[in-house]
Design a protein around this ligand. Sequence first.
Ligand SMILES: Cc1cc2nc3c(=O)[nH]c(=O)nc-3n(C[C@H](O)[C@H](O)[C@H](O)COP(=O)(O)OP(=O)(O)OC[C@H]3O[C@@H](n4cnc5c(N)ncnc54)[C@H](O)[C@@H]3O)c2cc1C
Length: 430
Amino acid sequence: MTKSIQNWAGNVQFKPENYLLPEHPDEIATYIRRAAETGKKIRTVGSAHSFSPLIETQDWLLSLDRYQGLSAVSKASRTATAKAGTKLYTLGELLFREGLAMENLGDIDRQSLAGALTTGTHGSGTGFGILATQVEELSLIDGLGNPHTCSRTQAPELFRAALVSMGLLGVITELKLRLEPAYRLHYVHRKGSLDETLGNLEDYKHNNRNFEFYWFPHTKSVQLKLVNRTDDSPRHNGTLRWINDVLIENAAFGALSCYARRFPSQAMGISRLCGNLISDGERVDWSHRVFATTRLVPFVEMEYNIPTENFVGAFRDMETAINKHQFAVHFPVECRWAKADDLLLSPANGRDSAYIAVHMYKGMPWKPYFETLEAIFKAHGGRPHWGKMNTCTTENFQKMYPDWPQFLAIREKMDPNRIFMNSYFGQLIG
Ligand SMILES: Cc1cc2nc3c(=O)[nH]c(=O)nc-3n(C[C@H](O)[C@H](O)[C@H](O)COP(=O)(O)OP(=O)(O)OC[C@H]3O[C@@H](n4cnc5c(N)ncnc54)[C@H](O)[C@@H]3O)c2cc1C
């Protein structure tokens, strides 16, 4: 079967020669061996939500959409093993039925589990690493069709490499997750001022379980998101919330975005209007339902991880540049935090981190905006999110990641025939 593929944002489009939907790891191994015999390449796709061309291939695209669900659960040890293709929205509900939950999540749940983890996807909270740090054990099939299982104690070097590996070391089949008993969160969002937020950042970061904020360019307004554990019962009006948060917010912002695209000179005014209209609200719900938001307005995105101590400097430089260049942008800038880890290619490797994500409405010119800010983020020690737009070269990555050579050495063993290569990675790592 072959079909045209495009990613969520529509900026990556291609037609693979073959679209493979295995239902079992043995089938995956067979496809890999067949690709090796016939000189074909294989890329694996999750939910195609990455903005960078990670999944692009003219050869074979392999999806684990038919390999979803839980294969084992241990309430006693608070772990569960999930099939790698499981969508996060399915996983959240399956775990919930078992009385379990992931400790942290990003702000949508449309991704596949492996796709999210292996690009270094993260949520926010100084007490939590990127999502991949919740994995206890990982199984994958290498470029020769051989299975491997690794953990902190079994093949630990492979484990530290494979968790953030963008499909370069093999096809991940199973992930054993460290979990928490299901818990509820109190989510508060409110309007704040940029200067007050930056001035009291340490308090916000450390006095909330999960803290992040959105800044509207060309304004001094931010939306604060403060999330904390609670024993209260779920408190929200589901239908009303859907109408407010999903329908009205997305529809109104979508309409304003269409207007900004048609009349780019109005984008700054629209950002100011949105900054003025930030509303206050709160609700209580089970954790996986609180983390996930609905994103219906299409955009492209660049996100950089910055050492946490450089955050305010990077932010202020970004604000100055946006004001100086008067970029036509109305999408808010999202700021989040994560704890340091030791995964070879994790953007948070070796440092407590802040993340700054910039967005541009689909169809509006993003290049000058992203390129100007990218130079600032790099100057502050930034590393790009693997799943988001960036212009980094091999030389950049070599400097950013002390463990780059180690990752390449592991790749050599796991994929000696370069089965998992595409043109994007061909340019980066050959
Ligand atoms: C609207 C939106 C919101 C987002 N929110 C966040 C956020 O809050 N935080 C954040 O950090 N990121 C966020 N992202 C980015 C997103 O989480 C990542 O790009 C993620 O990788 C997408 O998951 P996916 O399942 O779509 O993977 P894909 O984009 O399909 O693939 C990503 C990578 O994973 C590899 N892969 C997929 N499955 C496997 C497998 N089984 N074995 C080996 N490799 C595999 C692919 O080959 C590819 O290299 C967001 C993206 C969008 C579009």
